[in-house]
Design a protein around this ligand. Structure first.
Ligand code: HEC
Ligand code: HEC
Length: 176
């Protein structure tokens, strides 16, 4: 269908933006390697969100983009296999599946709220990216409120020797 083709195209556009951002952020845009895009179909065994025929080069750019956006290393989402080497196709770590979910969510946000299909401003397509929320942190809420860890702590007990009949603070716990 026309519509679904367009969605597919927009998703590719979104990925292209991810790739572009990560390239721009890491190294000068000079590629010494050959461009091998559609020829290496089947390189990767377990892609459920990214295009199955993505080139090695593009996949690596997306992955390095994740590292940068979340401020993590590859092993945040990937784990070693039985032989001790990294097994990138394994889904053993839940973070990998969350990342898939996040990829889809980010795409949906762009599709739904930045309306690329009818947009008069193509520059607003794919404006939301991993780094928009994560800012180099795996937990966005920590990035926003770095010192809020004590929000749920009870107030400190009053200093010892205080008259317990005072009605402002609750009595200290009775431990000897
Ligand atoms: C934030 C999580 C995350 C980080 C960090 C990450 N990856 Fe990934 N990686 C994924 C997800 C999710 C997939 C599967 C994508 C899909 O299903 O389309 C994947 C897939 C891959 C694959 C394809 C495996 C296969 O055969 O299916 C390779 C290779 C890979 N990653 C390498 C890396 C490398 C190298 C790094 C570090 C530079 C890295 N990844 C960092 C989430 C991550
Ligand atoms: C709209 C904001 C937003 C965007 C965009 C976003 N994330 Fe997230 N992400 C979050 C929030 C919020 C959490 C924390 C959820 C929680 O604590 O339950 C999170 C959690 C995660 C986690 C789990 C971290 C952990 O340790 O549990 C991973 C992995 C992740 N995001 C990857 C990504 C990737 C990869 C992208 C880009 C494709 C992305 N996120 C885009 C908001 C976002």
């Amino acid at each position: 269908m026309m519509h679904s083709n367009k969605r597919k195209l927009n998703f590719l556009l979104f990925l292209a933006v991810c790739v572009f951002i990560s390239v721009a952020a890491t190294k000068p845009a000079v590629s010494t390697k050959n461009n091998t895009s559609l020829s290496d179909t089947g390189l990767f065994k377990n892609l459920k969100v990214l295009p199955k025929d993505i080139s090695k080069e593009d996949l690596e750019k997306v992955m390095h983009g994740f590292n940068k956006a979340l401020g993590v290393r590859c092993n945040f989402c990937h784990s070693p296999g039985a032989n001790g080497k990294m097994d990138f196709s394994s889904d053993a770590k839940s973070e990998k599946d969350i990342a898939r979910y996040m990829l889809n969510m980010t795409h949906e946000i762009n599709m739904k709220y930045f309306n690329p299909e009818n947009s008069e401003r193509p520059d607003t397509i794919s404006v939301v990216k991993c780094v928009t929320c994560h800012h180099g942190n795996p937990h966005p809420e920590d990035a926003v409120l770095p010192d809020d860890d004590h929000g749920n702590m009870p107030p400190p007990p009053p200093p010892p020797g205080r008259d317990s009949s005072s009605n402002t603070p609750p009595p200290p716990p009775d431990h000897q």
